[in-house]
Design a protein around this ligand. Structure first.
Ligand code: MSP
Length: 643
């Protein structure tokens, strides 16, 4: 059996997964499922990239260890893949012991071969991206060329990987093979990174400890890319005893990533493999980003959409379909609630779902569910039959090239053709005359066969609903196998259909978008907070140490020196106190005077911009840049204990 090894990037568990993370994983899942249908022995790998300064910092901020920080987030990634029906074969965590061993061995081998040397790093460092840059690589404002945020100067002893020595070899690899796709990215890599002179890559750090220790010099940890990229071979058992699949699956048939890390996968990764004398992977596909409001959807930008909510509301298949259908090959896609809802409604509810439900309902209505065997063909049928028959071999090359949107477009051309065929043949008219029954049976059979072929090919995209379609059209699993999808006439002549649930209910678009705008906005950060909450539990006694009381704001004024601060006089039932609060962006003094609030009564007094503050009033985050004070009912006495 021929093997097929494909990988997603391993994701940073620095924040919870969002819909942007779903694209690569769902795309790979679709290809993996298609390849399995074609009879390949597939190995589909995904995982998490857990080391680095950023994770170390976040854990410190939360008062927990890096492992405690990442564990619930990794669990959430896994939960998302389950919800989204991602059929990965292996999940690697870079904190897995076997991976750590492999990385140490790889690093040592590269060092022993003379490809890693000790030097001093002086350069620009982008903390959020964990990337070092040379001055010439910075953007026009002297900021990180990837995320455009400020960089800092960094100097430290570090190990370097001699990538400069492989510039010619890697250029040849990129220009003379079809490794990197779309091909336009080849020019980008060669012109932007190789031609200007490939610089040796810093591959160790001493300024943080959350990483794989360099075995022979333990004050260094392996710096992110050697650690991260090695996952593609360590997960197969390269340089460890955990697995024994390296010979079988390596080289990878497809690495898929978004465009921002194509540089590492197209230049650094092949060079590391060349240095290790290992075969090079066959294909790398660098896709575009899911953008939201014109920017890459990313937690750091604060424009992420929660895929759990979408999957719960529309079903995971609809979400899979929308993100795959709307990502054009090689460029970015734009996400908005409107785009998503309209896509699901028009393609899945109105076109595909409607085709299935109409056809099954008519077979049920006119023939009690079982078609008679008499037939009456017409020339008109041939157009539909021909494109349905050809569909499998039209779709397969698109999948091979990771052109998933194109593949769906082709399938939906046939779905539309079938809907048009219903309009042309008017089965409801045929159903009225007894002598048209044979013709009606032909029409319905042709529709059922078209549905069988389309659903067989849609299965890798929508693995939850297609089996339900098969059940409805009376196709058992042998009739949706890959081999049967290029032939027309596989369902038995007297096939029996089973009316079932509506697969994709119609959406009232305007109403839905209004609801969605509310639903998606405030909830997006909540899950992550919940996870951190779980990792940061306190006892009831610890909580009781915080004295919360009710109070009334009797006076309030702005503080001239500080735009964000308001000075509040609070009747605390004990003679009054002054509290300074950073809420001037959201409230003016008139909004607050006379209001009852909750405040922390035993907070150590502090001076803020020269003003004494004895306590803190409670408020909550209410969206991206919005804050709401917690107000109490008017009749609550001042100074009451809140518990
Ligand atoms: N850990 C590195 C990858 C190491 S691979 C050896 C990393 N992680 S990441 O979590 O920041 O991003 C990983 C991948 O997530 C991107 O390459 C891409 O596949 C996917 N995406 C994250 N946001 C995305 C969008 N908004 N749109 C499309 N894909 C995006 O980089």
């Amino acid at each position: 059996m021929q093997k097929y090894y494909l990988t997603t990037p391993i994701y940073y568990p620095s924040g919870n997964p969002h819909i942007g993370h779903c694209y690569t994983t769902v795309a790979c899942d679709t290809i993996a499922r298609f390849k399995r249908m074609q009879g390949y022995d597939v190995m589909f790998l995904t995982g998490t990239d857990e080391h680095g300064q950023k994770i170390e910092q976040k854990a410190r901020e939360n008062g927990i260890t890096p492992k405690e920080y990442v564990d619930p987030i990794v669990a959430n990634f896994k939960r998302l893949w389950e919800v989204m029906d991602v059929s990965y074969d292996r999940f690697i965590r870079t904190t897995d012991e076997y991976h750590v061993k492999s990385v140490q061995k790889i690093f040592k081998d590269l060092y022993d071969k003379g490809y890693i040397y000790k030097g001093k790093y002086t350069g620009k460092y982008c903390t959020p991206c964990e990337s070092f840059w040379t001055a010439s690589q910075l953007d026009e404002n002297g900021c990180c060329p990837d995320c455009h945020r400020p960089v800092i100067d960094a100097h430290e002893e570090a190990y370097f990987l001699k990538v400069s020595a492989f510039a010619d070899k890697v250029e040849k690899f990129l220009t003379e093979t079809d490794y990197l796709n779309p091909q336009s990215r080849v020019n980008e890599m060669v012109n932007n990174f190789i031609k200007p002179g490939l610089e040796d890559l810093c591959v160790s750090r001493t300024s943080f400890t959350w990483g794989v220790p360099v075995e022979f010099d333990p004050k260094h940890v392996v710096y992110v890319w050697v650690d991260a990229l090695s996952n593609y071979i360590s997960a197969l058992g390269y340089a460890n005893d955990e697995y024994n699949d390296f010979e079988k699956y390596w080289p990878a048939d497809l690495h898929m990533t978004a465009k921002e890390i194509v540089r590492f996968h197209s230049i650094i990764w092949p060079i590391i493999l060349m240095m290790l004398d290992l075969p090079l992977p066959k294909h790398l596909y660098g896709h575009g980003w899911i953008n939201f409001n014109g920017q890459k959807m990313a937690k750091s930008v604060g424009n992420v959409i929660d895929p759990f909510i979408l999957a719960e509301r529309y079903g995971s298949d609809s979400v899979r379909y929308q993100i795959l259908r709307d990502m054009p090959y090689g460029s970015d896609s734009n996400f908005s609630n409107e785009i998503m809802v309209n896509r699901i409604n028009s393609d899945l509810a109105n076109s595909w779902g409607n085709l299935v439900s109409r056809t099954v309902a008519m077979a049920d209505k006119y023939f009690g569910g079982t078609l008679p065997e008499e037939r009456e063909a017409e020339a008109l049928d041939n157009e539909l039959i021909d494109i349905a028959k050809a569909l499998r071999d039209t779709v397969a090359p698109h999948i091979e090239e990771a052109q998933l949107s194109k593949a769906l477009e082709e399938i939906f051309k046939v779905v539309s053709r079938a809907n048009k065929y219903i309009d042309e043949t008017e089965p409801w008219v045929l159903g009225k005359s007894e002598d048209k029954k044979a013709r009606l049976a032909s029409v319905l059979y042709n529709l059922l066969e078209t549905i069988r072929i389309c659903s067989g090919l849609l299965f890798p995209f929508m693995p939850k609903t297609c089996p339900k379609v098969w059940e409805q059209i009376g196709a058992d699993s042998s009739l949706t196998a890959y081999d049967t999808l290029s032939g027309f006439g596989k369902l038995p002549a007297n096939v029996t259909v089973h009316k079932g649930e509506m697969l994709f209910p119609r959406i009232d678009v305007d109403k839905e978008i209004d609801e969605l705008n509310v639903l998606l906005a405030p909830k997006k950060e909540i899950r992550e907070d919940e996870d951190l909450d779980k990792a940061n539990v306190i006892t009831i006694d610890q909580f009781a140490e915080v004295k919360l009381r009710s109070g009334e704001i009797t006076a309030c004024e702005k503080i001239k020196k500080a735009k964000k601060l308001l000075k509040l006089t609070v009747d605390d039932g004990r003679g009054g106190r002054q509290i300074v609060s950073g809420i001037a962006n959201w409230y003016s003094p008139e909004d607050l005077i006379g209001k009852k609030i909750v405040f922390v009564a035993n907070l150590a007094p502090a001076k803020l911009c020269g003003e004494l503050s004895e306590g803190m009033i409670l408020a909550c985050d209410a969206g991206e840049d919005d804050v709401r004070v917690l107000f109490l009912d008017k009749d609550v006495p001042n100074g009451s204990t809140i518990r």
